[in-house]
Design a protein around this ligand. Sequence first.
Ligand SMILES: [Zn+2]
Length: 441
Amino acid sequence: MITDEIKTSNLSDIRFLNEHDIGQEMYRLVSELYPICRSITGNGFRETLDIIKDYIELEVHEVPTGTEVFDWTVPKEWNIKDAYIKNLKGERIVDFKKNNLHVVNYSVPVNKLMPFEELKSHLFTLPDYPDRIPYRTSYYKESWGFCLSHEQFLALKDEEYEVCIDSTLEEGSLTYGEYYLQGESEDEVLISCHACHPSLCNDNLSGIALATFLAKYLSQISPRYSYRFLFIPGTIGSITWLSLNEAQVYRIKHGLVLTGVGDPGNFTYKKSRRGNAEIDRAVIHVLKHSGLEHAIIDFFPFGYDERQFCSPGFNLPVGCFMRSSHGHYSEYHTSADNLNFVQPQYLADSFSKCLSALNIIENNKPYLNQNPKCEPQLGKRGLYRAIGGQAEEQVNELALLWVLNLSDGEHTLLDIADKSNFDFDAIKKAADALLKHGLLK
Ligand SMILES: [Zn+2]
């Protein structure tokens, strides 16, 4: 178990907590959230936030139906109790209670007998993956439907069926969760994830777990930046948040959208629209020095909420951190995106990589060499190995020379790390040693 009492001002310390335990805890949260039928509004979303509240002090916001948010309007609230298709024998052959993916999310209520011919146009399957249930939504067009495995579909007969969706679509509100962590500076790091998908693990729950655990552990240190975590419904949630918080958006200096971080695939980082934001450089640095295969992709206007954060009117420095990118794994938006697909070790690895990137952001500053005319004599300060011996402090000598040479007030530690090809931690360690000996300011 991880102690709740990690009091350190240094983010790099929490990076070395037991990764195995963190992965297990994140997976436990994913498992707890998995059965809930979430949507972009409604009680499933509220229930999800209630569970996250066991980990962090979330503030829950309710935005009424009909609120104008830029070019959009907050929709009616959707809730569902039950849904099924029964055959003539009264057997539930498609049952929402077995898997909430069986109902097209946002289906309007229906309760009637109908022939197979009529029912057929409301059924969705995946013929290429005949044992999987697809995930479908109909948020902005009032309709109804069922999703089922193609195997189930082929077993249907040309007879009459009882079709029931016990849902409501009424005036209500859009719910979202926000957690704000005050740092030394008013400048903010935005961490956002979507929490609007029903029983899908990698797509939505893994991002929720990562955001929750980053928030939980960052709250135990005194960070330089303030952190704002958003648990929002995809698209309409970020549009709503940006619309309500437009006046504060200038504080966001760095940001990440977290999604699809629990699968076995390689890391993928989608850069912000700016392409060279500090957060882009930090994540790329971490992935490059991880020695793992990974992909860096340019911004494109499709995907998750980075689409809104990076719309031209905001153009915020927000990238998207993923393992396999959406649409590039066959489990995506199907019942196969389940508790087997997501695994603790991948969640833990994502946690550690994100924290390393945030550690760079937290510590990335320019310094000034206090002895810029020729090199200072490092040996007499115990920073340089004596002949045949070891340096007193385990700092890489070449890293020291790079930091001294480039600490002209113009280069940050990340600039120096990238230029010298050293890992950020080695450069940071060298800078700390030089600071200690008064050679940097
Ligand atoms: Zn999705």
